[in-house]
Ligand binder design. Structure first.
Ligand SMILES: Nc1ncnc2c1ncn2[C@@H]1O[C@H](COP(=O)(O)OP(=O)(O)OP(=O)(O)O)[C@@H](O)[C@H]1O
Ligand SMILES: Cc1cn([C@H]2C[C@H](O)[C@@H](COP(=O)(O)O)O2)c(=O)[nH]c1=O
Length: 209
């Protein structure tokens, strides 16, 4: 929880529509005169973007699950200290495409490392900087994957190319997190049209802003 600014994260399976909707919400907040930044994980700053490239490279099939979890946590740390914390200290709204819940669902649950174990390495990385609000974009993994495979401009990365069973486990992992953090994580039906999803998310966010 932050004392200043507002830290809002966006989560969900592949192709849920997070990136599309966040961009529009960012534009809307900006035109309302709000101090707001839009960033993403893994990435957002040069060191973390390099780590992103290492993690998501399709040729890195030999990557160990714990190495993967640690790399995500390292990228998160760097992004947090360079971008997120300074912005929050300047009373800025931070919109972040994925954060700790991705690690808990993907590495903790779907990879089988354990949600508690992955939470623990992430607590080391982030200290007490947890999101004030998290929007979960709810879509069946098959439907999200179909969206990204239809998007010819997008290259499929190493995580996208995991099996459908892996993606189903990611979804189950998120369900456990929603039960565990009911005050922080709010769900929106991401199978609807872009405009409806955007309006629903805006309505939820407006209560916090
Ligand atoms: N509500 C929607 N209905 C139909 N298509 C959508 C919707 N939202 C986004 N899309 C399309 O689905 C694809 C994936 O969207 P987007 O990149 O925003 O998803 P994402 O959640 O950021 O995915 P990932 O986490 O895998 O990067 C894009 O081609 C986008 O135009
Ligand atoms: C932060 C984070 C991300 N992931 C996964 C989720 C996606 O498959 C990729 C990121 O790609 P996107 O197009 O930017 O969504 O990485 C993860 O497994 N663990 C994490 O902590």
């Amino acid at each position: 929880m932050t004392d200043k600014g507002l830290f809002i994260t966006f989560e969900g399976p592949e192709g849920a529509g997070k990136t599309t909707v966040i961009k529009e919400l960012y534009d809307r907040l900006k035109s309302d005169g709000r101090k707001v930044i839009l960033t993403r994980e893994p990435g957002g700053v040069p060191i973390a973007e390099k780590i992103r490239h290492i993690i998501l490279d399709n040729t890195h099939q030999e990557m160990d699950a714990k190495t993967e979890a640690l790399l995500y946590a390292a990228a998160r740390r760097q992004h947090l200290v360079e971008i997120v914390i300074p912005a929050l200290n300047e009373d800025t709204i931070v919109l972040c495409d994925r954060f700790i819940d991705s690690s808990l669902a993907y590495q903790g649950y779907a990879r089988g490392l354990g949600i508690e174990e992955v939470l623990s390495i992430n607590q080391f990385a982030i200290g007490d900087t947890m999101p004030d609000l998290t929007l979960f974009f709810d879509i069946k993994p098959e439907d999200g994957l179909a969206r990204i495979s239809n998007n010819s401009g997008r290259e499929q990365n190493r995580l996208d190319n995991e099996s459908i069973n892996f993606h189903k486990k990611v979804y189950e992992g998120y369900q456990l997190l929603i039960e565990r953090f009911p005050n922080r994580i709010h769900t929106t039906d991401a199978s609807q049209s872009k405009d409806i999803v955007k309006e629903n998310v805006w309505e939820i966010m407006s209560k916090f802003i």
